[in-house]
Structures are given as structure tokens and as C-alpha cells.
Design a protein. Structure first.
Length: 130
């Protein structure tokens, strides 16, 4: 087991925040994140050495992989938890919008909205792209 993976596993083990399922999911996501960082060339990382460049590199990778906004937001939540545990909250942006994958910027599906059809009293659905 890589050093970073082990340190993150210990962080998760000693934290009793959330339900059992939440803790297991967080540990799995952080382990996957640690593996991705290792594959990206960050070999000698420790849990306490998290920096903005690591977060930005991960976000760029996830955007390149065309992951859904919800998946990226869930992973960012784990990164925020990690940063909080090692007293580096400022490393991870507090808002998803500031990282470039906020609510509307990555929307893949066409939004549906109701529009008024002239003088008739009917509503119809039309597609719009963002």
C-alpha cells in the first residue's frame, strides 16, 4: 500500500463523522484519488502535503475524462474533508462554481422549460441548450 493511501485510510479510520456507509464511501473515494495522484506523477505525497496544484490537476483530469458534474462535486467533497482534517481548508475551494464546474457550466442534458405559445392558453415544452 502506498504511503498516501495508508495515511488517508488512517484519517478515515479515526474520524467518526457520518454514517458507516458514508465513511466507507469516503475512504474508497480518497483511495482512488490517491491512486490518481500517484499516476499523475505526485509520488512522494503525504496526507499533510495537499496543495492547490494537486486539486487543480485532479479537477482537470476529471474534466478531461468527461465525468458528470455530480461525480466531480462528490469527489470535491471528499477533497474538502481531507483538507479540513489536515488543517488546509484554503487549498480546496469552498464553492464548486469557483473551480469551473458549477451548476450550469457542465450541464450535458438539454434543459426543458415551459414557454408560452402566443395567445393560446396552452403550454408546451421546448428544449434549449445551455
Amino acid at each position: 500500500m502506498k504511503n498516501l493511501n495508508y495515511q488517508l485510510k488512517l484519517l478515515c479510520k479515526h474520524s467518526h463523522e457520518g454514517s458507516f456507509e458514508t465513511r466507507v464511501g469516503r475512504e474508497r473515494q480518497l483511495s482512488a484519488i490517491a491512486n490518481q495522484l500517484h499516476e499523475l506523477g505526485f509520488r512522494q505525497l503525504k496526507a499533510t502535503s495537499l496543495k492547490q496544484k494537486h486539486v487543480q490537476t485532479l479537477v482537470d483530469l476529471w474534466l478531461k475524462q468527461d465525468l458528470s458534474p455530480g461525480t466531480i462535486k462528490n469527489r470535491m467533497s471528499c477533497l474538502r474533508w481531507w483538507a479540513e482534517k489536515v488543517n488546509k481548508r484554503a487549498v480546496v475551494a469552498g464553492s464548486n462554481d469557483s473551480m469551473g464546474y458549477g451548476t450550469g457550466s457542465l450541464c450535458r442534458t438539454k434543459a426543458r422549460r415551459k414557454t408560452w405559445q402566443g395567445n393560446s392558453s396552452s403550454w408546451s415544452k421546448t428544449s434549449t441548450s445551455e
